[in-house]
Design a protein around this ligand. Structure first.
Ligand SMILES: [Zn+2]
Length: 159
């Protein structure tokens, strides 16, 4: 496990083995997680993270000592942009995509109050808007990373 301070918050990057234990036991050390959060995390975010080096995943803690999972777009070493992974359909060609969206306020919870969350969100503007990998259209203004969801092996189309 690696600890990195990101946006003023300590983020714990677990090894694959530690994630697997967390998914099985539904807890990490003394912290427990709801089954619903974990099943979404395991079937979507964790699969993306395992397949793509530029998507990393960690645990962080809020002031009330509540553990939350976080996902980051990591275009190069030690550069971390918080993102929310979303399943979307391309408006142009209809293919199923997973996009990384930095403009979701929830993913900034746990950032110390003296740091401006909206500023962190605006920083993501430096990343170009990505195009659909199949038809090359730009359909999602907030997507800073996109992949086809068919590239992930799993039968988790319900999420
Ligand atoms: Zn498309």
């Amino acid at each position: 496990m690696n600890v990195n301070k990101i946006d003023g918050q300590d983020i714990y990057f677990l090894e694959s083995r530690e994630w697997e234990i967390l998914f099985t036991e539904r807890k990490y050390k003394v912290f427990e997680f709801s089954g619903k959060i974990l099943s979404i995390l395991e079937s979507k975010d964790y699969q993306v993270h395992k397949k793509f080096n530029e998507i990393s995943m960690g645990l962080g803690f809020t002031i009330s000592n509540f553990a939350l999972p976080y996902v980051f777009y990591t275009p190069k070493m030690n550069e971390f942009q918080r993102v929310h992974l979303e399943r979307r359909k391309c408006d142009n060609c209809g293919c199923q995509l997973i996009i990384a969206n930095p403009n979701v306020l929830d993913i900034y919870s746990g950032v110390p109050s003296e740091i401006d969350k909206f500023e962190l969100m605006r920083k993501a503007n430096k990343f170009d808007e990505k195009e659909c990998p199949l038809c090359k259209q730009k359909s999602f203004p907030s997507a800073i990373w996109i992949t086809q969801s068919s590239l992930l092996i799993s039968g988790d189309t319900h999420i």
